[in-house]
Design a protein around this ligand. Structure first.
Ligand code: PLP
Length: 382
């Protein structure tokens, strides 16, 4: 049997995408205003369990705006994982702030609350109501945990460590739309959550992103800043340096159609994860699984190989068969721009990077395709 090539994650357009896009073209509402933007935001807020959602051009812009809205400035430090897609860290740099890397947990791939609490207790002190890192004298202005691969970080201890010191939390929920923790959607726990609708995410608008929040003022300000901070639409007065970050209506139209299918996508992705789990039972590869209390969207299925050599063998064997697979993102502290940034111990980050393999995980995968990928991976790892 020859298998067709499988991508790591491909979009699926099986609903009203064509009809809604046609409506945009027919009516001329293609740009940054229109009913699909409003509808997409209302539906996103409902799905996220937040009062507001503000749709923007991509997830990176959402992170950029979120950090600005919470007052992160040049000279500040922002805690984030090193094991993340580079956008999380770039957005910190856009503010002129410095990322401060702490380690992740083996079980969730997300920021480790114990490492965070230990670091904050040992390395920081409160000065005039701000949490300051003693070695640098700089304020820790925010913490940006990332819910990796669709699985939640351990939220309660992480939020508690930050709340005790007045550090606002922005959840980078780019990969976790449709995931929840104790029944509550990810992205709704911090002051702001950010989402991405890039082509490889669980749901796509082509390019797109959003901020979700319960805070009326933050939502209003996000909308204002993302539309050039216009204070007078007739005479072109602006009351701040704004950004052209609003999501176009034509992208929101695709998003509305995709949201109608989100439950189906997540249900199928959870089936695929369960299939992988069965196929990897009693093998050398361990499949990353959702923590107890979570309901993950299983955006990407990931296995941990016993060592770096096994990781290389699995990647090579799968890609040779046309099964799109890749390692995790090279950690940010190893990238040239961020190599000099302050950090805690990053042993788990480095180990997971050198042993993890992301497997084809599209909602459109068939059962026999999952079986073929798993068989090839097992054989290469053995
Ligand atoms: C995809 C992603 C982003 C950025 O989203 P874009 O829409 O591509 O700008 C940010 N953070 C994480 C963790 C992501 O996976």
């Amino acid at each position: 049997m020859t298998m067709k090539k499988l991508s790591l994650h491909e979009p699926k357009f099986a609903g009203n995408e064509w009809a809604y896009v046609k409506e945009c073209l027919d009516t001329g509402w293609v740009s940054s205003a229109g009913k699909f933007v409003d509808r997409f935001e209302a539906e996103l807020a409902r799905r996220s369990g937040t009062k507001h959602a503000v749709a923007v051009v991509n997830g990176t812009a959402a992170l950029d705006l979120a950090l600005k809205l919470l007052g992160v400035k040049a000279g500040d430090e922002v805690i984030c994982p090193s094991l993340t897609f580079i956008a999380t860290v770039n957005a910190v740099a856009y503010q002129g702030a410095t990322p401060l890397f702490l380690d992740v947990e083996e079980t969730t791939y997300g920021l480790d609350p114990d490492a965070l609490e230990a670091f904050l207790a040992a390395e920081t002190e409160m000065r005039d109501g701000a949490c300051v890192r003693k070695a640098s004298g700089r304020r820790i202005a925010a913490c940006v945990p990332m819910h990796a691969l669709g699985h939640p970080v351990r939220l309660e201890p992480l939020l508690a460590a930050c709340a005790a010191r007045g550090i606002p939390v922005i959840e980078d929920a780019a990969e976790s739309l449709g995931s929840s923790w104790r029944g509550r959607p990810l992205g709704s726990f911090g002051r702001i959550g950010t989402l991405s609708f890039n082509g490889n995410k669980v749901l796509t608008t082509g390019g797109g992103g959003a901020l979700v929040t319960d805070d009326d003022g933050l939502a209003r300000r996000a909308k204002h800043l993302s539309t050039q901070a216009k204070s007078d639409t007739e005479a072109f007065w602006h009351d701040a340096v704004g950004y052209n970050y609003r999501l176009p209506n034509i992208n929101a139209a695709i998003g509305c159609a995709q949201l109608e299918q989100l439950d189906g996508f997540v249900a199928r992705k959870r089936e695929i994860a369960a299939l992988y789990r069965r196929h990897f039972e009693s093998s050398a590869l361990r499949l990353v699984w959702e923590p107890e209390g979570a309901r993950s969207n299983f955006w990407l299925n990931t296995v941990i190989a016993p060592d770096a050599a096994a990781q290389a063998r699995v990647l090579k064997a799968l890609n040779a068969k046309g099964f799109g697979s890749r390692p995790l993102w090279a950690p940010a502290h190893r990238q040239p721009m961020f190599a000099g940034c302050p950090r805690g111990d990053l042993a788990v980050t480095d180990r997971l990077w050198r042993t993890s393999v992301n497997l084809p995980s599209s909602a459109s995968l068939a059962d026999d395709e999952v079986a073929a990928v798993a068989a090839a991976a097992r054989e290469a790892a053995a």
